[in-house]
Ligand binder design. Structure first.
Ligand code: SF4
Length: 259
């Protein structure tokens, strides 16, 4: 489907909300994929997730969280021991630095607690605006839009904004949706990017957004070819939701880890 270059702002906002509703139906299981029980654990997991899959982070964190339950534990950690624990997540020296400095900053400035304000969070070592929004949305119930690589790619494919700066993207998309929806919208967009609308070969022929997406055809449109590209345990449900025969989804797709 081609979309007119003259789409009005109102028309674009309406289409964005339709996309939001379709994603709500497509991904009822959308959630923060980093396992955590509190704001500190989420901050730590988010730092570890840089250049690493959430699945790998989730394999490492149970032991890490048990060993370092408080900010003071991170502040006083033995560097070598921590490096070994988080080594599988990559860039483990830099990440160890960030975690120790994060613990120290929390102890020195925030009484060992993770603050619940964006302005405070972004002053902490290892925590940028994206991470801060993840923490606000998922540990403090403060609505936040998380502009990661999937989010950027998808809103560009949907031509909802031409901005390339993540903060400008955050504001542009935020203006189209009620604030209370921001956190879940972010999860759903990221879920769609990981399971359907991949960077290299999006599964256009097995996507629930074909009528709303001006980039339909970027990936294979033939149902069997597209069904093979779906990923994750709900791959067959995703095919069915898009009107594609679920048996076209191979077992490997269901087992495939969403990146
Ligand atoms: S139609 Fe294709 S490009 Fe558009 S959202 Fe679906 S998979 Fe992505």
């Amino acid at each position: 489907m081609t979309r007119s270059a003259t789409e009005t702002d109102l028309g674009r906002t309406r289409r964005a909300r339709r996309i939001g509703r379709a994603l709500t139906e497509t991904h009822p299981d959308a959630h923060c994929e980093l396992d955590h029980r509190n704001a500190l654990e989420l901050a730590v997991a988010t730092i570890l997730s840089a250049q690493c899959t959430d699945k790998k982070v989730n394999e490492v964190t149970p032991k890490l969280f048990a060993r370092y339950p408080t900010a003071a534990d991170y502040a006083g950690a033995d560097r070598g021991e921590m490096e070994e624990m988080i080594r599988p997540t990559g860039f483990y020296r830099n990440k160890t630095n960030s975690l120790i400095h994060l613990g120290q900053a929390l102890v020195e400035r925030y009484d060992g607690q993770v603050p619940g304000r964006l302005a405070d969070l972004v002053t902490l070592p290892g925590i940028g605006r994206k991470t801060a929004n993840v923490i606000l949305g998922n540990a403090f119930d403060v609505p936040g839009i998380t502009v990661d690589t999937h989010f950027q790619r998808l809103v560009h494919r949907w031509r909802l904004t031409a901005e390339s700066d993540p903060v400008k993207i955050e504001h542009a998309i935020g203006a189209m949706f009620p604030k209370r929806d921001w956190t879940m919208l972010s999860h759903r967009i990221i879920f769609h990017g990981r399971r359907v609308c991949h960077a290299r070969k999006p599964a256009c022929g097995a996507c629930t957004l074909t009528q709303l997406c001006p980039s339909y055809g970027t990936g294979p449109t033939e149902p069997a070819a597209a069904a093979r590209l779906l990923k994750g345990p709900r791959a067959r449900d995703l095919a069915a939701a898009a009107g594609v025969d679920p048996v076209l989804v191979p077992v490997q797709a269901i087992r495939a880890e969403a990146p």
